[in-house]
Design a protein around this ligand. Structure first.
Ligand code: NAP
Length: 330
């Protein structure tokens, strides 16, 4: 497994990161352990969690994923780069969500307790919080870094202008700065290329790509004429996932990609990962799975490669899709 530096930092992370948001809902603890064992065997040293997981997040189930990851990590913590996130709703009270100083300083201690560790390698803000000034959030994160509870901080789902504002706030105030961002990025969704990716290159911010298989659509396993099978992402993810990808443009693109790749002996999901890994702006691709077999299949990407023509054809599919209007959750 290749490793890369996280942005400008000295931290080395595997080019594939294991996402854990299925643990504790779609996957019980036993299956989650099997997935993490398989990931470790494949050389993955980078784990991504969030306090609000499993997906879909509810205050009643929030925290289960971190508990499972913490149980698995006992005795091997130092071998892994452990990332988690704050900001999702953890309870019903007004201050049990968001990025206020009060919530972040409570959230980190909750994450550390559930993960059975006294430090995170990377602590990330999950979503922008329009109610909290960015300097309040960053000053709280700076306290966390200075106290040793997190080695580095990162963000997620920030538009470029907000990340830029956060960077200048850290610079001006002498706070720890965001060293990475998580962003949705795959063959069917490439919006980061307009503003965010150029900013990250310029400022040496690592990009961690989530939804690399478009939540499973880029395995080619769905039929647009049939409802998604029970307990799959598109069945449990509601409008969030159907709004993102369940449309004719995405299904047509999947079909075109398969028609191109299959005669060449290439799998669609492997091509989707290899294309992302070919993008120099990406530090690590965060993959997800609901069984160890799925992860093993995904990881077979490393047994194949794409030539320049294949990279180009896969990349061109997005330009053929036109403007896809997404149905976003209110
Ligand atoms: N920062 C954020 O806001 C954010 C948002 C989303 C995700 N993330 C992170 O990114 C991680 C990965 O995201 P993701 O889960 O959306 O990634 P993904 O790779 O796009 O989708 C993974 C899902 O695809 C299906 N799948 C994977 N391999 C398969 C195979 N070989 N055959 C058939 N189906 C397969 C599985 O779902 P089914 O079995 O249900 O079909 C699996 O859970 C998450 O765990 C989380 O850590 C972050």
């Amino acid at each position: 497994m290749r490793t890369k530096k996280l942005g400008r930092t000295g931290l080395k992370v595997s080019e594939v990161c294991l996402g854990t948001m299925t643990f504790g809902n779609q996957c019980d603890e036993k299956t989650s352990f099997q997935i993490m064992d398989r990931a470790a065997d494949a050389g993955i040293n980078f784990l991504d969690a969030a306090d609000g997981y499993p997906f879909p997040s509810t205050p009643e189930t929030a925290g289960r994923t971190e508990e499972i990851v913490g149980n698995w990590l006992r005795g091997k913590r130092q071998h892994f780069v452990l990332a988690s996130k704050a900001g999702m709703r953890m309870g019903h009270e007004p201050n049990e969500a968001g990025l206020s100083r009060k919530h972040i300083l409570e959230a980190i201690d909750g994450s550390l307790r559930r993960l059975s560790t006294d430090y995170l390698d990377l602590y990330q803000t999950h979503f922008p919080d329009p109610d909290t000034p960015i300097d309040e959030t960053l000053s709280a994160l700076d306290v966390i870094v200075k106290s040793g509870r997190a080695r580095y901080i990162g963000c997620s789902n920030l538009p470029a202008w907000q990340l830029c504002k956060a960077l200048w706030t850290s610079d001006r105030s002498g706070f720890a700065r965001y060293e990475s961002t998580q962003a949705r990025y795959n063959l069917l969704y490439r919006d980061i290329e307009f503003e965010l990716a150029p900013l990250c290159v310029d400022q040496q911010i690592g990009i961690l790509a989530y939804n690399p298989l478009a939540g499973g659509l880029l395995t080619g396993k769905y039929d647009r004429m049939k409802p998604p099978p029970a307990n799959t992402r598109f069945a449990i993810g509601g409008k969030l996932y159907t709004g993102r990808y369940w449309n004719n443009e995405c299904f047509n693109a999947v079909e075109q990609l398969r028609n191109f790749l299959e005669p060449r002996g290439k799998s669609l999901s492997h091509a989707a990962l290899l294309w992302l890994l070919h993008q120099p702006v990406i530090t690590s691709v965060i993959v997800g799975a609901t069984s160890a077999e799925q992860l093993a299949e995904t990881m077979r990407y490393s047994e194949t490669s794409l030539d320049a023509h294949e990279i180009e054809r896969c990349g061109n599919i997005w330009f053929d899709m036109g403007d896809v209007v997404e149905v976003r959750e209110a």
